[in-house]
Design a protein around this ligand. Structure first.
Ligand code: ADP
Length: 420
């Protein structure tokens, strides 16, 4: 017989066991579901993170490429600039030196790696020092520096911080070669002073003699005639000076692409000049020798300038000649060039003057009231006219033997109307 109590106890035990197993299974299932869910959430988060990371790295790559592109653009701009550019970060770290600055300041590309830059010479040191002062005082500074034959203008400027108005990132220095500008300025000053001087001498003479003539009854006939003679001669000189200055100024301001020009009859123009100067030559018994054989039509040029150029040369050949000398004019052409020469056996010039005689107001004989009465503008007109016609001029001369002026004018240039 079974013991009922034992059976019940075993039954209860089994039931308890089943309950425990059930609770365990339920707990396991819940845990499983919880972790599955968690893994899903984490996976999603991971995917989002990955996407974000990808977007970030793409934007970094884009920024890098944009910066790289910008750097290339800036580099190209700096390299192409005619001015020298030097940039310092803060008060001393060198960031940019473009090729022009390297040339002007006599520095090489190793400058970026040098702690001590004193070996780069006075100009670079002055620039660096100036930039340091600009950074400290927050004031722009400009100065001019003469380096041998060249003059440079330097400006140092603060580089402001875009995001912080009160701060600045560094200093930018711009170096400009102003040699040509200063030279032109100097020449302009000399020109004005020369013109004033040229006018003053004849005007002083004219007003002096006019004053004298006011006392008409107190001066002798001879004195009156002398006064009138001087007034007439100085008025002529002034007239010539004004007309020469006008020609020079016209040549200076002539536009390159004016209307197409007519052909110049070279032979006829030279004949006309020789005829005009016949009396002047006869006074010194000077002989003209003309060897002119030029095709027509061949030279397109401004006729007035061509005429003036030849007239000045031939007139000089007479003026700076001796009694019974000669002036020889030659002209011939080939397909491409017109060759002109004016020579004489007159007083000639020393070698040292030859490179200056085409300068405005330059005279070999410094005396402004010399017997020839020239004002030193004739050859300046000749050179300007030759340059205007895209040609070249050469002179050979020796004292007491004579001079020869050789001009070559290109013809091809003129066929399309560009030779003027
Ligand atoms: P100017 O009106 O004084 O003659 P130019 O400009 O024509 O001025 O000439 C400049 C200088 O060159 C003259 O003062 C003269 O001394 C010199 N010169 C020009 N042509 C001759 C020449 N054929 N022979 C000698 N000297 C010349």
């Amino acid at each position: 017989m079974y013991d009922i109590n034992k059976i019940m106890a075993v039954g209860l035990l089994l039931f308890g066991l089943v309950v425990v197993v059930f609770v365990l299974i339920v707990t396991l299932i819940r845990q499983y579901l919880y972790f599955k869910n968690r893994i899903k959430v984490l996976e999603k988060r991971n995917q989002k993170l990955e996407a974000k990371l990808e977007a970030k790295s793409k934007s970094i790559a884009d920024t890098y490429s944009v910066n790289n592109e910008r750097f290339n653009y800036f580099n190209a701009i700096f390299s192409a600039m005619k001015d020298g550019i030097v940039v310092y970060k803060g008060s001393g770290e060198l960031i940019v030196v473009n090729p022009v600055a390297r040339k002007y300041l006599h520095i090489d590309k190793h400058i970026f790696f040098k702690e001590d830059r004193s070996s780069y010479g006075a100009f670079y040191n002055k620039l660096e020092q100036t930039c340091r002062v600009t950074y400290q005082t927050k004031e722009s500074i400009s100065f001019e520096y003469e380096d041998g034959e060249q003059t440079f203008s330097v400006v140092s400027l603060l580089i402001p911080d875009r995001y912080n108005k009160s701060a600045c990132l560094g200093v930018l220095a711009v170096v400009t070669d102003v040699t040509e500008a200063r030279r032109i300025e100097q020449r302009r000053k000399e020109f004005v002073s020369n013109v004033s001087h040229e006018f003053r001498t004849p005007m002083t003479l004219i007003s002096g003699y006019a004053e004298m003539l006011k006392m008409w009854d107190e001066v002798t006939l001879e004195e009156r005639q002398k006064a009138l003679g001087v007034i007439e001669q100085e008025t002529k000189r002034l007239k010539k000076l004004v007309s020469e200055l006008l020609t020079l100024s016209r040549l200076d301001s002539m536009e390159e692409n004016a209307l197409p020009l007519a052909y110049v009859d070279v032979e006829a123009a030279i004949d006309q000049i020789l005829w005009t100067l016949e009396d002047m030559a006869a006074k010194k018994q000077i002989t003209f020798i003309s060897e002119v054989c030029v095709d027509y039509p061949i030279l397109r040029a401004n006729e007035q300038f061509f005429y003036q150029m030849m007239l000045n040369l031939i007139e000089n050949g007479i003026k700076y000649n001796r009694e019974q000398g000669f002036v020889k004019v030659c002209a011939h052409n080939d397909e491409t060039t017109l060759y002109l020469s004016v020579s004489d056996n007159g007083v000639g010039m020393e070698e040292k003057h030859l490179h200056r005689i085409f300068d405005r107001f330059y005279r070999v004989d410094e005396d402004r009231n010399s017997k020839h009465g020239g004002n030193g503008i004739g050859l300046a007109i000749v050179r300007n006219a030759v340059t205007y016609m895209h040609g070249s001029i050469h002179v050979t001369s020796s004292p007491n033997e004579g001079s020869e002026f050789l001009i070559e004018l290109p013809l091809k240039h003129g066929q399309d109307g560009g030779n003027r």
